[in-house]
Write a protein of this length. Sequence first.
Length: 177
Amino acid sequence: MARFSASSVLLLAFFFFSFSEARDHLIGGKANAWKIPSSESDSLNHWAEKTRFLIGDSLVWEFDGSKDSVLQVSKRDYVTCNTSSPIETYNGGNFKVKLERSGPYYFISGAEGHCHKGQKLIVVVMSEKHRRFFGISPAPSPAEVEGPTVAPALTSGARGLSGGFSMLALGALLFLL
Ligand SMILES: *[C@@H]1O[C@H](CO)[C@@H](O)[C@H](O)[C@H]1NC(C)=O
């Protein structure tokens, strides 16, 4: 039987951990990025398009909470910048939003007029393929993708399980050495 080299084990370990670890994404990649963008390339959607969001990851907001807030809204309210009936309101300028499902999340500024000036953000969350591979991915239904309801216990549980499976796989590999 072929022996596993130390480097291949390391590579596999990297593979498992890089795919199972939940990440925190600081909005805009830096503090105080939640503001009216100065240009198109400065917009948060420009940043979001270059970022990979996975179920279990969190969005981290850091800004002056006395001047602004974050509203999670429907797609329609995102497009029209309607702040009157948000799904969630986040105040305080320093908070995390856990991404519990795949699909788009829509955020707009709660400050008067800011959304119309481009202070808005779409985060599209991808489902993690490796969780399907282990057969424990909560398959998101189409309703979940658009709807405001989430299943927190299920996804965080899945992440724990996934991590557990990674450790088991790693243990098995090390045993083979
Ligand atoms: C904003 O949304 C509310 C609730 O859905 C609705 O009653 C209102 O007409 C909307 N306002 C605009 C300007 O679209």
